[in-house]
Design a protein around this ligand. Sequence first.
Ligand code: F6P
Length: 319
Amino acid sequence: MKKIAVITSGGDCPGMNAAIRAAVRVALAAGIEVWGIKNGYAGMINDDMINLDSRSVGDIIQKGGTFLGTARSEEFKTLAGRQKAVANLQKHGIEGLIIIGGDGSLTGAKLLSELGIKMVGLPGTIDNDIWGTDYTIGFDTAVNTALDAINKLRDTASSHGRVMLVEVMGRACGWIALTAGLAGGAETILIPEQPFSPDIICKQLVESRAKGKKYSIVVVAEGAGSAVKLGEYILAKTGLETRVSILGHIQRGGAPTVSDRLLASRLAERAVTALLAGRSEIMIGYQNNECVEVPIAEAVGKKKDIDPELYRLANVLAQ
Ligand code: F6P
C-alpha cells in the first residue's frame, strides 16, 4: 500500500484533529502518502481531496472540530453515490481509508470496503455509544464540558434554592448524562436506558427538601425526554421553582482533553499499522487500556449499553 486517505464523517467531536494528525504522521513516517478528504463522504463523491504533509496537520492537536470538515451525505447512501466515491479514490491511487466517525459513518465505510477499498475505522463521537470500545474519541471532552456547566449551575441553584434541570446530548444513549451526572453529584439522572416516572421524581424532590437539601440538580439525557417539559411538570406538581439549561452543541466543541488527545493518537497509530499490514474491515477500539481490533461488522449497528454499576452508584451517592 502506497497511498491512504483520512476522512472525518457525521457529527464532529473534539479529538478528531488529534486523530487526523496522528494518522498522517504515522503514515508519513512509514513512507506512505496521505490524502485528506474534505467534508465527509460528500467530499469523496465530489473529489474534494487534498494531499497532507506533516506541516498541514501542525497546530491542530489542541483544536476541537475537524479541520477537514464533515457532513452527512444523502448521496452516499445510494450505491451510485458510493461507486462514484470509490472511482475518485481509485483515480488518485488511494488503496486504504481511515474513517473517524460514529456508527453511521463506520457503517458507510464498511459499505465502501465491499466495493474494494480497504478500511479501518476509529470511533469518533461524543455519545460513547459505539460497541467494541470502552471510550469513543470526544466523549471525555464532552463530559467535562457538561460537568463544568453542572458545577456552575450548582452555584446559582444553591443561591436560589431551585431545581436545576440540565439537558445533555447523547442521542439515544445515556453515557454523557450518567457520567457527568455522577461526577457532578446530581440528585437525579434520567437516561433512555432506565424508565422513570415523573411523579416519582416529583415525590423524591419534595422528600429531599424535607431531608435538608436546599436545591437539586437533575441531569436529563436528550434521549430520555424533554427537560423543558419535565421542568414545567415539576413546577406544576410540587411548586418547587425550576430552571432548565439545554447544553446543546457546546458539548461538541472545545479543546480536547488529555484523555481524548491520547486516545485519538493511540487509536490512529494502530489504525495505520493495521491498514499497512493489510488488515481491513475493522474498527480500532480501546478496551481495558489497550487498543484492540474489532471486526467492523461486530461494531456497527448496535448500541453499547451504559454501565449499570455506574447508574447504581450514582443513585446511592444521591441520597
Ligand atoms: O452524535 C453526536 C450528537 O451530538 C448527538 O449527541 C446529538 O443528538 C446529535 O449529534 C446532534 O446532531 P446535529 O449535529 O445534526 O445537530
